[in-house]
Design a protein around this ligand. Structure first.
Ligand code: G6P
Length: 600
């Protein structure tokens, strides 16, 4: 987590850095800071949100045409002014911002202390500027000193460094944390991700692990950290626009992104057929198939598990990435599909690395071109949701589900399982973006009112069956992430094995009644909780039959059972959003969470 930015060019650096930091705030937001070089090092930083810090410390007015900035999600050391980045060396000539964790920092700190260096913060980062200064004192150039220092760091790090001694350059270093260089005309940008620089350029260079880059206004030189050998890399052009990373009239990114889901699904359904076929063959060629993912991506993977089993009779083991190492049995006949919207989630990258080490083949499904996962995968597949800025995933979930449903249909066809049903399903899937639009328009006002009534709730339970099960997991995740209300999603059949004891007079229970064979059983579960006094909100396929039995009915137009997650997720996302706003909280930036979790 944490976001870092840098700029070198002929324009005032501070407003550019500040704007980019605001766009990266989803990566962490407990403190922020900037450093520019203008005759000396100018550093301003503090605890709190960027907009407040910017106002108080007049960040935009910092002088100079070169600088760097940071928005923090604390790992080592509490959020405070002294722990905020940038961090300086003892001579106050070098400033460093860092995303990631320096695992051997206490060893390095002891060594530097033995050399007379003092430390002001509790962070792991502060060893970096001092280690660079240690090599500078030996008469080495800034570039050489950064390289020597980087070679001695263990862990994951993206770093940006400036020094008053060489005021024409920003140096960037990357190991396991993302770093993108943007090429302008006589100016160069640096950021943890692409949307932070879309306003200025679409030509980017992705720094790879074990590389560093020297950024000057006219030139970017990339080198290997270990050998110092120069690396030639062609820039790539991204097709995201700056408007895609704006709120576009919506009060929050979360709401905008919920409403963008029909487009995310439509665009993802247009993903190249050849890529899908390759993925289908990749999975069919394996003896065992694992899907690994975290958070919302894990829920999309679970939806796919049902679809692959039902349509293509392909059993898939879906694993939370951080647990994969414990139970995954891997060999060269194993296929692993890593699902990660950001392509940067450390737990998923780690799972993939262990799979590769055991000889397994890896494919990925990601939303971010050039992200870390793409460089580790034998086969790369993309969703087309556009940049997702809000911390909570919404439209990337819809895009992942759409892609994986298409995969299931393709697999069924390859295995000769679906017969004539295949064409019908493909046609119905194509219609879904329009139906999603209808559902959005219809349920938004109803859910808004309902959210008002749920504001005082302490717990919200969600139940579902079949493909409704991953849906309620995702709905509960949305609710707890942003409303902070305790929420649990579970298979409705499991109620009687424990959770039913929690249901009493007035407990809110959301019953997700998806179409299909399980529907009748779900109706019985509704009765079961109702009999214990629950206040039941049913989100149901049509649902006329339920009207008399529930306190609130959100009716969803009928669709193919396996496609229903794309419609049913909408009221659940909207409910989480409106409760959050009703409580006066910021849905885009929930406490303690970050979008891109680059630590294990
Ligand atoms: C974080 C985000 C979640 C996301 C999860 C996995 O926890 O807050 O919204 O679902 O990471 O992210 P990924 O980029 O791997 O899909």
């Amino acid at each position: 987590m944490c976001g870092i930015v840098g700029y070198v060019g002929s324009r005032p650096a501070a407003p550019i850095l500040l704007e980019a930091l605001k766009r990266l705030e989803y990566r962490g937001y407990d403190s922020a800071g900037m450093a520019t070089v203008f005759q000396k090092l100018v550093v301003r930083k503090d605890r709190g949100r960027i907009a407040d810090i910017a106002r108080r410390l007049k960040l935009a007015e910092m002088p100079g045409n070169l600088g760097l900035g940071h928005t923090r999600w604390a790992t080592h050391g509490e959020p405070s002014r002294v722990n905020a980045h940038p961090h300086l060396d003892n001579s106050k000539k070098i400033a460093v911002v860092h995303n990631g964790i320096i695992e051997n920092y206490s060893e390095l700190r002891k060594f530097l202390q033995s050399q007379g260096y003092r430390f002001a913060s509790e962070t792991d980062t502060e060893v970096v500027p001092n280690l660079i200064s240690y090599f500078l004192r030996q008469g080495k150039s800034l570039e050489r000193s950064v390289r020597e220092a980087a070679r001695r760091l263990k862990g994951s790090f993206a770093l940006a460094i400036v020094s008053v001694e060489e005021p024409d350059r920003v140096i960037a270093v990357r190991q396991d944390s993302p770093l993108i260089i943007g090429l302008g005309n006589g100016e160069v940008f640096l950021a943890s991700d692409i949307p932070a620089m879309l306003q200025h350029t679409k030509r980017v260079l992705v720094l790879e692990n074990g590389e560093m880059a020297v950024l000057t206004p006219e030139r970017v030189v990339i080198k290997k950290i270990n050998s110092g050998a120069a690396v030639e890399r062609e820039p790539m052009t991204v097709n995201w626009t700056a408007e895609m990373a704006e709120k576009g009239g919506y009060p929050h990114f979360t709401l905008k992104e919920i409403h963008q889901q029909p487009e995310a699904v439509r665009d993802t359904l247009l993903a190249p057929e050849e890529e899908l076929k390759k993925l289908a063959r990749f999975l069919l060629g394996a003896r065992r198939v694992y899907f690994v993912a975290c958070g919302t991506s894990y829920h999309a993977a679970l939806v796919a598990k049902y679809a692959l089993a039902k349509l293509a009779e392909l059993p898939v083991e879906v694993m939370i990435s951080s647990e994969f190492g414990e139970v995954g049995s891997l060999d060269d006949k194993t296929a692993v599909l890593a699902i990660t919207q950001s392509g940067e989630t450390a737990d998923t990258l780690k799972a993939v690395a262990s799979a590769k080490a055991a000889g397994a083949k890896v494919a990925c499904l990601t939303n971010v071109v050039g992200s870390s996962i793409t460089r580790m995968s034998d086969l790369i597949c993309y969703t087309y949701a556009g940049p997702e800025i809000s911390v909570v995933a919404t439209k990337t979930f819809a895009a992942q589900v759409a892609y994986l449903l298409r995969l299931a249909i393709n697999l069924a066809k390859l295995r000769g399982r679906s017969g004539s049903k295949h064409n019908k399903l493909t046609a119905e899937l194509k219609e879904l973006p329009d139906v999603m639009r209808e559902v959005l328009a219809k349920v938004d006002p109803q859910v808004k009112k309902l959210a008002g009534r749920l504001l005082p709730a302490n717990d919200i339970y969600l139940i579902g069956r079949g493909v409704g099960y991953p849906l309620v997991l995702e709905g509960a995740l949305k609710i707890k992430e942003i409303t902070y209300i305790h929420s649990e999603g579970m298979p409705a059949g499991e109620l009687k094995h424990g959770t039913l004891a929690q249901i009493e007079e007035g407990t809110p229970v959301i019953a997700v009644v998806t179409p299909g064979e399980m529907r009748l059983k779900m109706v019985s579960n509704v009765e079961e909780v109702k009999a214990r006094g629950a206040r039941v909100i049913a989100i149901a396929d049509n649902g006329k039959d339920l009207r008399e039995h529930v306190d609130e009915l959100i009716s969803i137009p009928h669709t193919e059972e396996l496609f229903s997650p794309l419609l049913f997720i909408i009221p659940l996302q909207l409910l989480a959003y409106y409760i959050t706003v009703g409580k006066g909280q910021d849905p885009d930036r929930p406490r303690s969470l970050a979008k891109s979790v680059t630590v294990e």
